[in-house]
Design a protein around this ligand. Structure first.
Ligand code: DAO
Ligand code: DAO
Ligand code: DAO
Length: 205
């Protein structure tokens, strides 16, 4: 079996396989500018996708393409985000003073803006349901692991250190979360490139 992969800037380590069948496609770093002054490293992340789901949903369309045709292929990432492929974004917290309040407001900036972009303006209830998962009593110290998993049927399940904090069925929400990592303006473009490269061989039948 493959060894874990370390995100080089933070030293955070990610297992090569999650839940027996989800393969690590890329790792990256989420940074954030505070007070317009400096960037803080907030978390390292890993992008995982289920091997056999990738084959089932994407091989027919993309399996015959050459690696140069797959490189930079935005339609492929689009289809991956829209399809029912099981995926996980694993976050490993680097910033040691993260409060639930700042998680909520970062969420408003990042995920909510995508929800509006993809879903129009009718998403207040969905947003409300998702952010109500962020209870003030949760602690997310450095080293905490948050898994954002898209399960079959477009269910977004959130766990903190293996403990489920909520799950919501919404294709739009799943798509908006994935867009942060592999969409058109990703947090870490290098991670998106890695995903693209490591996805290519999985598309071959
Ligand atoms: O303490 O105000 C501050 C700066 C912290 C900003 C952190 C941004 C949070 C990013 C989302 C984390 C998701 C787990
Ligand atoms: O990095 O801006 C960002 C958004 C990351 C997605 C945030 C989801 C966090 C869910 C964790 C809830 C725990 C309180
Ligand atoms: O749940 O699979 C799905 C589809 C996602 C659509 C979500 C739209 C939510 C709109 C809520 C409206 C409340 C004013």
């Amino acid at each position: 079996s493959s060894p874990p992969v370390t995100e080089s800037r933070t030293g955070m380590s990610f297992p090569a396989v999650l839940r027996d069948s989800q393969r690590l496609l890329g790792v990256g770093l989420r940074r954030k500018a505070v007070l317009g002054l400096k960037n803080i490293d907030v978390y390292a992340f890993g992008v995982y996708a289920d091997d056999s789901d990738v084959k089932e949903f994407l091989s027919e369309k993309y399996g015959a393409l050459s690696s140069s045709e797959l490189k930079g292929n935005e339609e492929l990432k689009e289809d991956l985000m829209e399809s029912d492929v099981s995926m996980t974004i694993r976050l490993q917290i680097v910033y040691g003073r993260l409060s639930i309040k700042s998680v909520r407001s970062a969420f408003q900036e990042s995920v909510a803006s995508r929800l509006h972009k993809f879903g129009g303006s009718d998403n207040e209830e969905l947003l409300q349901r998702f952010t109500s998962q962020f209870k003030d009593e949760y602690k997310i110290p450095k080293g905490s692991i948050i898994d954002l998993s898209r399960e079959r049927g477009y269910v977004l399940r959130t766990t903190i250190d293996g403990k489920e904090v909520g799950s919501i069925q919404s294709k739009l929400l799943c798509r908006s979360v994935l867009d942060l990592y592999i969409g058109s303006e990703p947090f870490d473009p290098k991670a998106k490139e890695d995903v693209e490269q490591n996805l290519a061989p999985l598309l071959k039948k």
